[in-house]
Design a protein around this ligand. Structure first.
Ligand SMILES: C[S@@+](CC[C@H](N)C(=O)[O-])C[C@H]1O[C@@H](n2cnc3c(N)ncnc32)[C@H](O)[C@@H]1O
Length: 208
């Protein structure tokens, strides 16, 4: 399951940016900016994909970005070069088994990732573990809607998205985040409530 999801993204990596073209330009780019502008200090981006968020980081941010698809990481590497982002580290790694010490990062960023992580509960537990107490995890994610008129479309799209990319259109990602132990500070609905910006904090006092 895990290998096949990474392989699907490997295969899609060459055309991934084109696939999301219109929706990316009209909506997602703005949303990404909102999410990424909240990152500060030592930052981990999980599921970096082709690196669409890279241009939105503030200069001077200390960024490590991981993904389990080597193909997607290669595209992110190309963007990093084009942007001349020297201090950014890209690593092949599984969100469900991060190789970082506990309490390492000030911020974690995830955009459109927890719809795809094969075991999202395990992945969120890892996000929690590596975040410093008082650190911030920001999620920009699509998920099942609360609107019964919208969900049939999502279930229809789900048939194709699962086959093509191993992505679920109907996961209850906000519930998964709520159950992870992270404290939800703010939820903003974007594109009805299908896409949500969820700002969270790990409980505890930040000691730098
Ligand atoms: C829908 S794409 C989003 C990419 C990027 N975050 C963006 O906003 O464009 C999901 C990404 O998450 C990665 N991913 C999914 N599950 C993962 C896991 N368990 N470990 C690492 N990366 C994972 C996929 O390889 C893919 O690059």
């Amino acid at each position: 399951m895990k290998r096949s999801t990474a392989q699907k993204y490997d295969r899609a990596s060459m055309r991934y940016d084109r696939m999301e073209g219109i929706i990316e330009n009209h909506f997602f780019r703005r949303f990404r900016h909102l999410a990424v502008s909240l990152a500060g200090g030592k930052v981990l981006e999980v599921g970096v994909g082709t690196g669409k968020n890279l241009s939105h980081y503030r200069s001077g941010v200390e960024l490590t970005a991981i993904d389990f698809s080597p193909g997607m990481l290669r595209r992110a590497g190309e963007k990093k070069e084009q942007l001349g982002m020297q201090g950014v580290e890209l690593k092949e790694m599984d969100i469900e088994r991060l190789s970082f010490e506990d309490n390492t990062f000030d911020s974690v960023i995830s955009t459109f990732v927890f719809c795809t992580v094969p075991d999202p509960v395990k992945g969120l537990a890892e996000v929690y573990r590596v975040l410093k107490p008082g650190g911030r995890a920001v999620f920009l994610e699509h998920m099942r809607s609360k609107n019964p008129l919208v969900n049939p479309f999502l279930y229809l799209m789900n048939i194709f998205s699962r086959i093509l990319l191993g992505t679920s259109m109907v996961r209850e990602t906000q519930k998964n985040i709520e159950n992870s132990g992270l404290i939800i500070l703010h939820v903003r609905h974007l594109l009805l409530d299908i896409v949500r910006l969820i700002i969270t904090e790990k409980p505890g006092i930040r000691i730098n």
